[in-house]
Design a protein around this ligand. Sequence first.
Ligand SMILES: Nc1nc2c(c(=O)[nH]1)N[C@@H](CN(C=O)c1ccc(C(=O)N[C@@H](CCC(=O)O)C(=O)O)cc1)CN2
Length: 286
Amino acid sequence: MTAQLLDGKATAAVIRRELAERIAKLTALTGRPPGLGTVLVGDDPGSRAYVAGKHHDCAEAGIASLRRELPADATQHQVEDVIDELNADPACTGYIVQLPLPRHLDAGAVLERMDPAKDADGLHPVNLGRLTLGVEAPLPCTPRGIVELLRRYEVPLAGARVCVVGRGITVGRPIGLLLTRRSENATVTLCHTGTKGLAWHVREADIVVAAAGSPGLITKDMLRPGAAVLDVGITRTEHGPAGDVHPEAAEVAGWLAPMPGGVGPMTRAMLLANVVEAAERNATAV
Ligand SMILES: Nc1nc2c(c(=O)[nH]1)N[C@@H](CN(C=O)c1ccc(C(=O)N[C@@H](CCC(=O)O)C(=O)O)cc1)CN2
């Protein structure tokens, strides 16, 4: 078997075009474009590239950019001052704090200081709580991108057994909340580095989401033939960026969202969707 490609790059391009029409209408209606803010602390080349990609997407789609950058040794107080400034800025529809933050900073306290109505990443505790309660909230971008990609390729989700590998706050922790909603109706097992018998859990799954940040962790012998496999891991190695899914997995999987070109571009597109939805909420509230 050779897996069918879950083409996140092409799908994200379609979504950006769909969003650009809504952005043009919003801009005409309100007299100014929606604005996305980003807070980048430090010099990590990966984080810098992701933030640059987000602003590139904004420029293409007609969203204004508000970039805030702080040095790697910024204090908690300095970061929180920037959060307060973006919370108060009417030109900022929504914003994100690029993660991970340098280790000396308290990321939880930074996220909690954000105005939940401007949380374009859906990672504020209030928004994660709303998601838990089934109340409308901005959704975390990577989990939302995964659900959207599966939906557009008609990968069956209802009743599917999903194995998520990785428990980070951007993917592993929240994705179960999305996939177990009644509208998706999947059954989710969350695995991590402490899981005993990882291969057994993965082999039980119809859908595997690999988000552990461990290159080549998911090998073809671990997979149920025909499973949908989504590679979310990115590790910088001396040979370039490596995903969590071994390339030979494509021989066994039924569908594959590879890294690069799978879930990453969908994450970027879902950030734009969250900003557009926040701007639409604001426009109807006026
Ligand atoms: N505040 C947030 N921080 C982080 C998030 C997030 O959703 N919100 N996710 C990741 C980083 N990320 C977006 O911020 C992100 C990661 C990867 C991609 C992407 O398009 N990847 C490419 C490959 C790029 C490469 O080689 O590095 C792909 O998969 O095709 C986009 C966004 C952690 N931090």
